[in-house]
Each structure stands twice: as structure tokens, then as C-alpha cells.
Design a binder for this molecule. Structure first.
Ligand code: FRU
Length: 441
């Protein structure tokens, strides 16, 4: 079963989003992709474009593995003034070249002058090399106050992230290190540093996010909020979790264009390196989360990350329909947006014919999803998060995934699942305040 409203490639392996960039009305999404099969191998950049962040069109592979060098994760920028020498408005991809023998990773660039359709790898690659085996995932943005490009990149195996600066995307000078403090878990991947609006204040703060491969709670997407002066990130909060499910990994954002509230959008890979290889084959493997708009909310003396599903995705859904549970099982379309009213207590299970099920419960401000899969027991997992009682819980259900957004966007829980069929059964106690069926759009 393919997702109805999430992006998945027609065939083969997909993982991290890469090179999220907007140009001339098109949202570009590149991503980790194996053009030859459903397993992690031959990493290249796949490509899709969207006019609205809701409808996606798959494009040919943008950057392919070559000379025993895979194309690992990275970012892309529009170089309006042609600072790198590839012409005004060139789209420049900044990615990790990863030797297939795993001995060496280094940062490279490639340029496109035809709106991301074709890229030419820079003959002077690599542009940044520490002759290390685990040095990857460059995320680059333009910093207007210091008028230069800033890169955040990880020394994965050392759980460290470094900042670099450049005026031409080719020569990079080391600036500083992101404070690590007591970050849980091991192996840092896919860092992201971005300035976000603080709700209702006219102020901004900076978010640093990094994914931790193992030993961190939930999805492993850890974040801190602080300041960035063009040289150094100074955290003002402890580590927090961007998503409490098992599968929201490697998220990065489109830093521009922002919406009217100054919010950028990001999305993550709804997969997990520990379980992906156990999933039964179906011709393709891996899907992206919905894009989410990002802001910060003051909480006590700190800040919380707020994620709101991109409003254009809500427009994919039809009219609400109230549903009372407790009258025996009833059919549920495989793509639905369910909502539980603030403060309600509710328990329900969504099942397919093979006995796979997602049991959800909201009680005393805690939301829990229990995922059980008799066909792929590696997926069995219980995920819980505090959601408070003041805001509704929205449950975005699709073939392959469930995304729960609560606490007014401060609590998110993303999981993949393998429920089969066009419709499932739902049974439980309580009331789902609304059910929206996906329109034919
Ligand atoms: C995260 C990651 C990145 C790496 C890429 C390789 O999922 O391991 O660190 O660049 O995937 O596919």
C-alpha cells in the first residue's frame, strides 16, 4: 500500500531529506536514495518537486554515486550573487562524498543552472576534508549579518558538531564547536541550525537540532534553543526531543521562503536505521513526514519547539464528521485526519486483517501509541508523550505512517506502520471530535 498523501518514491530505498531549497515557485526535495533497490546501498540524491508542499512529482536522480564515492546527506542553497563562480542564481548542493569502503568522508559541492534538473560536480572537490572516516551531513545557510555562508557539520563518531564559514562555498574556515554537554546517546547525524520566530514576541532565537543514531529517547532528534552571533551557538535550554515516536529522523528545513509569521518548514524521514531492513519488500521502502512549520514558544525561562503541519496539507482533507466510539468496530479509511478534543479521555485501536494494530490512548494529558505487528515484530513498540489538557490531539493517519501533533505543536510523535488495505477497522471508547477523509485531489 502506497501512502495517499505522504511522499514516497515509486521504487527503491529512500531515507534522509537533503538539499531542501525553493526556486522560482518550486519546492525542491532531494533525498538519500538507492536507484538500484530497496536496501541501503549506492547512496545518491533522489529528487522531487512540489508547487505547494502538498503534491509532489518525482524527478530523475539528481546526483549519483560515482568512482566509489556515494552522495551522502547535505543541503542546497540558491547562490543569488554567484559567489561560488557558478553564475547568478545557481543552485548549489553541498553534500558529503562517502567512500564506499567507509574509510573517508569529505564535503563536496555541485552546481545546477537548470533548476535542479542536472548538476555538475565541482572539479575542485572536496571543498572541506579533515581526512576522517566520519565527517558528514553539511547544512549550509546564508547569514546576512556577517554576509557569509555558514555550515554546521558533524564528526559523527565523536558526537560533535562544528561550525564553518565561507564567502564562496569553496574555502571554509572553522569557527567554533556546538556545546555537547550531556547529550544522550551515540553517533551524531544530520545537524540543522536555524533562526526561528518566538511566538507573539517579535523576537527570534536559534534552534540547533541533531539526530542521534542510538541510545537517545524517541526518534533521537534532539534540540536546544539559544543564540547565534555569526561565530558561536550559545544554548539557553537543555536538550529536548523534537519527536517522541521512533521514526522522525534526519529532519532539515527549507529556510526560505518563510510564511507570514516568519516560519520555515522542515520535514523528516519516517524511517529508522534499526528496523528498516526487517520490513517486508514491497518495491519501495521509506517515506517522508509531512512538512511542518517551525516556531518557538516561551515556556518558563526556556523555549519549546512548535511544529504545525503545513496548512496546504490540511487542505487535502474534506469535511469533518463526528465519530462516537464504543458501538463496536467500524470501518476507517486508511487516510484520515482524526482529532481528539482538548482534555478528553479516549482509547481506540486501528487494526488490519492480519492483526497489525495501532492502539492509541489519551488519558490525563498523556498520549500513547502501542504499535503491534505480528508479521514484523521488530516494529512492536510503545511510544508515549505528555500532551497537556489544553489543546486537541491531531492524528494524521496514512498507509505506512501515523503522525500525532499535540500540545499546540509542542508534542509530536511519528511512527511508521505496515497496516494493509484501503480501509481498516477502528474500535474503542470515547469520541473522535472529527474525521476528515482525504479528498480525491
Ligand atoms: C542518516 C545518515 C547520514 C548519512 C546518510 C547516509 O540517516 O546515516 O548521516 O549522510 O544517512 O545515507
Amino acid at each position: 500500500m502506497r501512502p495517499r498523501y505522504h511522499y514516497a518514491p515509486t521504487a527503491n530505498w529512500l531515507s534522509d531529506p537533503n538539499g531542501l531549497v525553493w526556486q522560482d515557485g518550486e519546492w525542491h526535495m532531494f533525498y538519500q536514495y538507492n536507484p538500484f533497490g530497496e536496501d541501503w546501498c549506492h547512496m545518491s540524491w533522489g529528487h522531487a518537486v512540489s508547487p505547494d508542499l502538498a503534491h509532489w512529482q518525482e524527478m530523475p536522480v539528481a546526483l549519483a554515486e560515482e568512482d566509489q564515492t556515494m552522495i551522502f546527506s547535505g543541503s542546497a542553497v540558491i547562490d543569488h550573487v554567484g559567489s561560488a563562480g557558478f553564475g547568478n542564481d545557481a543552485m548549489v548542493a553541498i553534500y558529503t562524498g562517502a567512500r564506499t569502503d567507509r574509510a573517508h568522508q569529505f564535503q563536496c559541492i555541485a552546481a545546477s543552472n537548470d533548476r535542479g534538473r542536472t548538476f555538475v560536480k565541482h572539479p575542485g572537490n572536496p571543498v572541506l576534508d579533515r581526512t576522517m572516516a566520519d565527517f558528514r551531513d553539511p547544512n549550509v545557510f546564508w547569514h546576512e549579518p556577517s554576509r557569509r555562508w555558514i555550515m554546521v557539520v558533524v564528526l559523527s563518531d565523536e558526537n560533535r558538531a562544528l561550525l564553518y564559514a565561507s564567502t564562496d562555498l569553496k574555502a571554509w574556515a572553522e569557527l567554533s564547536e556546538i556545546p555537547t554537554d550531556d547529550a544522550p546517546g551515540h553517533l551524531w547525524e544530520c545537524p540543522y541550525l536555524v533562526e526561528l520566530p518566538v511566538e507573539g514576541s517579535g523576537e527570534t532565537r536559534w534552534l540547533f537540532k541533531v539526530d542521534v543514531l542510538s541510545g537517545a529517547p524517541g526518534s533521537g532528534a534532539l534540540y536546544r534553543v539559544g543564540t547565534f552571533d555569526g561565530e558561536r551557538f550559545e544554548p539557553q535550554t537543555a536538550w529536548q526531543l523534537a519527536d517522541h515516536g521512533d521514526e522522525f529522523y534526519a529532519a532539515i528545513g527549507w529556510n526560505d521562503p518563510r510564511d507570514r509569521s516568519g516560519r520555515p518548514a522542515w520535514l523528516g524521514w519516517m524511517g529508522n536505521h534499526a528496523v528498516q531492513k526487517h520490513l517486508p519488500r514491497q518495491g519501495w521502502r521509506g517515506a517522508m513526514s509531512l512538512p511542518r512549520r517551525l516556531s518557538l514558544r516561551m515556556a518558563g525561562d526556556g523555549f519549546l519547539l512548535v511544529q504545525e503541519i503545513e496548512p496546504t496539507c490540511r487542505a487535502l482533507f474534506g469535511n469533518p464528521e463526528a465519530m462516537s466510539l464504543g458501538q463496536g468496530p467500524r470501518p476507517l479509511a486508511a487516510s484520515a485526519l482524526l482529532s481528539v478534543r482538548a482534555g478528553d479521555t479516549c482509547h481506540f485501536a486501528i487494526c488490519d486483517d492480519a492483526g497489525r494494530n495501532l492502539s492509541c490512548s489519551l488519558r490525563a494529558g498523556q498520549f500513547q501509541v502501542d504499535r503491534r505487528d505480528p508479521v514484523t515484530p521488530q516494529l512492536d513498540r510503545t511510544s508515549t508523550m505528555a500532551v497537556g489538557v489544553d489543546a486537541p490531539v491531531s492524528i494524521w493517519l496514512d498507509s505506512g505512517s501515523i503522525e500525532v501533533i499535540a500540545g499546540g505543536g509542542t508534542a509530536c510523535l511519528t511512527l511508521q506502520h505496515r497496516l494493509q488495505g484501503e480501509a481498516w477497522a477502528i474500535r474503542g471508547e470515547g469520541r473522535l471530535d472529527a474525521l476528515y477523509l482525504a479528498s480525491k485531489a
